[in-house]
Design a protein around this ligand. Structure first.
Ligand code: GDP
Ligand code: MG
Length: 200
């Protein structure tokens, strides 16, 4: 009898409020898009099962509940992340300029997670989280969202500019997406899952 192990991968999604983080997740997980702006959702994360080669993978995708406006997401949000997805809106320059902050904030938060307690004298199992803080090897992915808006006429960040930023950060993969039109959402999340799996 063969036993197939299911791998749980934690993915966190960061970026300015309004860039479409929740919409991208909804499109990917529920195949739904809503024009209505909801700053909060009920759950901390949503899950999606997928198969990568012969591996069964559960992606656990963590969304913010609007606290990104205050940049106070808390340690639990960041802890144990296997991949960090950064999102900006190609029509809003400020959301692109903020990427630097989100990138730094992620690395700061994961490197300041408290060390796992020494449990040699205890029978209580302790979950040991890998420290993912190596900025050169930790998998980030960048999504430039809302490319559908005004047929592309209102975009202010070029693909070239975005790719230059990614190259400077150690060749972060880049996808242009539309949560509204379901453009490139599945390929982006497949890349995210593979990156998270490689980091596992
Ligand atoms: P979040 O704050 O980053 O989670 O952003 P939301 O997912 O709540 O989206 C903010 C607003 O942008 C909502 O009104 C969405 O309907 C809209 N939106 C999100 N993604 C897209 C997109 O790809 N195209 C368009 N036209 N609107 C989008
Ligand atoms: Mg949201």
């Amino acid at each position: 009898m063969s036993v197939r192990r299911r791998t749980l991968l934690k993915v966190i999604v960061l970026g300015d409020s309004g860039v479409g983080k929740t919409s991208l997740m909804n499109q990917y997980v529920h195949n739904k898009f809503s024009q209505q702006y909801k700053a909060t959702i009920g759950a901390d994360f949503v899950t999606k099962e997928l198969q990568i080669d012969d591996k069964l993978v559960t992606l656990q995708i963590w969304d913010t509940a609007g606290q990104e406006r205050f940049q106070s997401l808390g340690v639990a949000f960041y802890r144990g992340a296997d991949c960090c997805v950064l999102v900006y809106d190609v029509n809003v320059m400020r959301s692109f300029d903020s990427l630097e902050n989100w990138h730094d904030e992620f690395l700061k938060q994961v490197s300041s997670s408290p060390p796992s307690p020494n449990c040699s004298s205890s029978s209580v199992p302790v979950v040991v989280y890998a420290n993912p803080a190596d900025p050169k090897s930790f998998p980030f992915i960048l999504l430039g969202n809302k490319i559908d808006v005004d047929g592309g006429n209102s975009r202010v960040v070029s693909e070239k500019k975005a790719k230059e930023w990614c190259a400077a950060k150690g060749n972060i993969p880049y996808f242009e997406t539309s949560a509204k039109e379901d453009y490139n959402v599945d390929p982006a999340f497949l890349c995210i899952a593979k990156a998270a799996l490689a980091n596992e």
